[in-house]
Design a protein around this ligand. Structure first.
Ligand code: ACO
Length: 328
């Protein structure tokens, strides 16, 4: 048995927030943001839009493209750092809205690596006879946890969702290898300090801006630059491939400099690399599935392509998946 992605979908808010607009909000410049991160604009969800709304839209598209009904799903995993609320899980909200009444549902928190963690978990569930179809969604409304007075973070992130339906295949297509991991000693480098049991919400936490993302960008940058080539080489080795076999490289979209460092170390050319951070910024767990969905739509991702997906994120987490794109 091999887990295959049989349908992908995405949802992006209409509203674009450009670097020029951010220049009016914080002490920054289009030039700084483009040079230091590669980002030109990002999408921002209007106030009534919740994580589950974007997740639902992306999921509906993925199900339609997969050609299966929501009632056929056995499991729904929503990878997110920005759920509708602490509980119930956003996965349960989406399950109800889709009418996926036969599916178990849970949220998965692995920061920006969430979608890769989801693929690894789904693959293992699909080895069981009890599971035939699994929906994984990476969905984020990061604009709700950003401080638009903090130039260190507010320029980097955006909102959106991507989804993939996985089924069982028996041919050459599908997941060939996966590796996930974490280095919890770096947990302090990327946090949302308040609102949990460590620091319950209070007037003071709100006044001190502790419900917003706090990040040590340099430490995350260092970690990411080291881990992307490391994880890529592990995933490839596990399946018996080398860098030169890759047809499409789909890295997490945090910073163009991190991606270029990885491309250089791995000798992967630009035409084989999917980049969407210029248009959407870092949408955390949604980056990779959005890139896959749009690349398939545009014909950039074709049946038979060897695709390497790699990510890192809050935790600090990391993971990679190697798959042969296509379905039986
Ligand atoms: N505009 C202008 N100046 C800025 C801005 C801005 N938006 N942001 C920071 N600066 C300033 C800093 O204050 C600093 O000024 P100083 O020298 O006077 O103190 C100067 O620019 C340089 O700051 P650095 O942090 O050294 O800038 P760097 O080139 O490292 O870029 C960045 C910062 C873009 C944050 C980079 O470190 C990065 O991308 N790190 C990785 C972040 C990341 O991947 N986060 C997501 C993780 S995944 C997840 O789970 C969400």
């Amino acid at each position: 048995m091999r887990a295959q992605i049989i349908g992908v979908g995405h949802a992006l808010p209409e509203r674009r927030l450009t670097n020029q607009e951010l220049e009016q909000m914080v002490d920054t410049s289009d030039q700084w943001i483009v040079e230091r991160s590669g980002i030109r604009e990002r999408r921002i969800a209007d106030p009534p839009t919740k994580c589950s709304d974007l997740a639902y839209q992306a999921a509906a598209m993925a199900l339609q493209r997969a050609g299966i009904a929501a009632r056929q799903l056995d499991l729904i995993i929503v990878a997110t750092a920005t759920p509708d609320m602490s509980f119930p899980s956003t996965a349960c909200i989406v399950q109800d809205r889709l009418g996926a009444s036969n599916a178990a549902a849970f949220d998965l928190e692995a920061g920006c690596t969430g979608f890769i963690y989801g693929l690894d978990v789904a693959h293992k569930y699909l080895l069981s006879e009890d599971y035939n179809y699994i929906l994984i969604i990476g969905a984020e409304v990061l604009s709700r946890i950003l401080n638009y007075e903090d130039r260190n973070t507010c320029v980097l992130f955006g909102d959106g969702a991507g989804a993939a339906v996985l089924g069982k295949g028996h041919d050459g297509y599908g997941l060939l290898s996966s590796v996930i991991g974490a280095d919890g000693s770096g947990a302090r480098f990327l946090t949302l300090p308040a609102g949990g049991t460590a620091m319950p919400a209070s007037l003071e936490t709100v006044q001190n801006g502790l419900h917003f993302v706090q990040m040590n960008g340099n430490e995350v940058f260092r970690f990411a630059s080291r881990i992307l080539p490391e994880i890529s080489s592990k995933v490839l080795q596990k399946a018996g491939y080398t860098y030169s076999d890759i047809d499409i490289f789909v890295p997490h979209q945090a910073n163009i400099r991190i991606i270029k460092t990885a491309m250089k170390r791995m000798n992967i050319p630009a035409e084989k690399t999917l980049i969407n951070l210029d248009k959407y910024g870092n949408i955390s767990a949604a980056c990779i599935p959005v890139a896959l969905s749009q690349a398939e739509e545009e014909g950039r991702l074709k049946a038979g392509d060897l695709a390497l997906l790699v990510a890192f994120g809050a935790g600090l987490t990391y993971g990679g998946v190697l798959l042969r794109w296509g379905r039986d």
